[in-house]
Structures are given as structure tokens and as C-alpha cells.
Design a protein around this ligand. Structure first.
Ligand SMILES: Cc1cc(C)cc(S(N)(=O)=O)c1
Ligand SMILES: [Zn+2]
Length: 240
């Protein structure tokens, strides 16, 4: 699959994007009670949600049905100058937050991975500014407890929609997971407006380790995949 013609991430060039006035706005209605745990799996920091029923859902935008929130995770660099997976008009952001949702009409997540309309991932860019993002504090404070690979901690009462920027403009295209086996089952919804975090908050993210507790220290950084060939795909914009 990783050699398919609908791979992610991609570079987005505004001049090649098509404004689609038929694209509606997207809506996330998340139940804070669905948040369960936060985990360092050695590749990223992931927050897992209860997705056993339509409890936290994403609807609208390019989606024709509601998709259930399953997990969120991030990709970041070894410096503030890079780290995002998608690149916009040549700009690399310091990090990229992914909220992964799946289409319950396919029965379960494993089934959804096999379908072109199985998964929807909302991508939010993180840029470094002077101000910190208070809404990121919950996740970053928990990092102390999941420093090494395999560490997991309870993560309750959290509504990730507080992380969204004010502006709801987005790009959308059909692609894949950015980690192997890179199934081509993802409708990407990339938010145009980055959220601002502080350099200290980015440093906190970079303090995670790839290694297990009693193994040599290996910083968890640069967990992003480089851009993949567009192969003729059209990227649509909800905005002019
Ligand atoms: C590891 C991983 C799992 C899942 C479900 C999704 C992704 S991504 N980066 O494509 O959003 C990565
Ligand atoms: Zn991701």
C-alpha cells in the first residue's frame, strides 16, 4: 500500500487547490467523558477515546456520514522549524495534530481501514509563537508520566475540540495513513489556521523518549513522513 497512488502526507500548493463551494462546514461533537488514556507507543503520544458507540463524532465537511473519534496523536520535529507532515506552500510547521475518526458503517476500525471512506483524520498545524496554548497543557502535563515507550496513564474528561483554531476553513483530499502499512482509507481534513504553542511547549513534546524505561535514551523526535506524490489528486478548499 505504501507504494499506492493515494499516499499521505502531501505538499499543498494554493495555486493548484480547487475552491469547492459545495463543501459544507465540519462539526465535531465530542463527549469529554469518552477520553480514556494517554500513551507513549514509542512513535508518538496518543490519547485514546471510547469509540464503542456514537459518543464523540465528526460530521459534515466532505463527509456524508458521522465518523467516530478513536484517537489523537501528534507528529513533531527536532526543532521548531520542521515537524509537520503536510507542507503548505512550502511551509513546514513545528508539529501536526491528528484526530483520527472512523466510519461505523464498516462495523469496526479494522474493517474501516479496508474502505476508501473508512477513516477521516482532522489535521491541525502547530506553530511556535510567543503565547502558549493553555488547551495543550493537559496533554503536555501528562507527558511527565509517559516519558518512555509503553508508558500509559489515565486521561479523563477531555474534549479535544478545545484544541481547534477559531477559523474552520479547511483543505480536503483523499489519502492514506502516514505510518505503515499506509492504508489508503483516509479523507483528510486539514485546518488552514494553525494553533499557536510556545517553544517551551514544543520542547516538552520533544522530551518524550522512543526507548523503554531501562534502555539507552533515544529522543522521540522527527516522527513525520515526508510528502508523497500527488499522482493527479485534486485538493479542494472550503474557502476562496
Ligand atoms: C500510527 C497511526 C495510526 C492511525 C490510525 C493514523 C495515523 S495518521 N498519522 O495517518 O493519522 C497514524
Ligand atoms: Zn498522524
Amino acid at each position: 500500500m505504501a507504494k499506492g497512488d493515494k499516499q499521505s502526507p502531501i505538499e499543498i500548493n494554493s495555486k493548484d487547490v480547487k475552491h469547492d463551494s459545495s463543501l459544507s462546514s465540519w462539526h465535531a461533537s465530542y463527549d469529554p467523558g469518552a477520553a480514556k488514556t494517554i500513551l507513549n507507543n514509542g512513535r508518538t503520544c496518543r490519547v485514546v477515546f471510547d469509540d464503542t458507540f456514537d459518543r464523540s463524532v465528526l460530521r459534515g465537511g466532505p463527509l456524508t456520514e458521522p465518523y467516530r473519534l478513536r484517537q489523537l496523536h501528534l507528529h513533531w520535529g527536532s526543532s521548531d522549524l520542521h515537524g509537520s507532515e503536510h507542507i503548505i506552500d512550502g511551509v513546514k510547521h513545528a508539529a501536526e495534530l491528528h484526530l483520527v475518526h472512523w466510519n461505523p458503517k464498516h462495523g469496526n476500525f479494522a474493517g474501516a481501514l479496508k474502505q476508501p471512506d473508512g477513516v477521516a483524520v482532522v489535521g491541525v498545524f502547530l506553530k511556535v509563537g510567543k503565547t502558549l496554548k493553555p488547551e495543550m497543557k493537559r496533554i503536555l502535563e501528562e507527558i511527565e508520566n509517559i516519558k518512555t515507550k509503553g508508558k500509559e496513564a489515565p486521561f479523563l474528561h477531555f474534549d479535544p475540540s478545545i484544541l481547534f483554531p477559531k477559523c474552520r476553513d479547511y483543505w480536503t483530499y483523499h489519502g492514506s495513513f502516514t505510518t505503515p502499512p499506509c492504508e489508503e482509507c483516509v479523507t483528510w481534513i486539514l485546518l488552514r489556521e494553525p494553533i499557536e504553542v510556545s517553544s517551551d511547549q514544543m520542547a516538552k513534546l520533544r522530551s518524550l523518549s522512543k526507548n523503554g524505561e531501562n534502555e539507552p535514551l533515544c529522543p522521540l523526535v522527527d516522527n513525520w513522513r515526508p510528502p508523497q506524490p500527488l499522482k493527479g489528486r485534486i485538493v479542494r478548499a472550503s474557502f476562496k
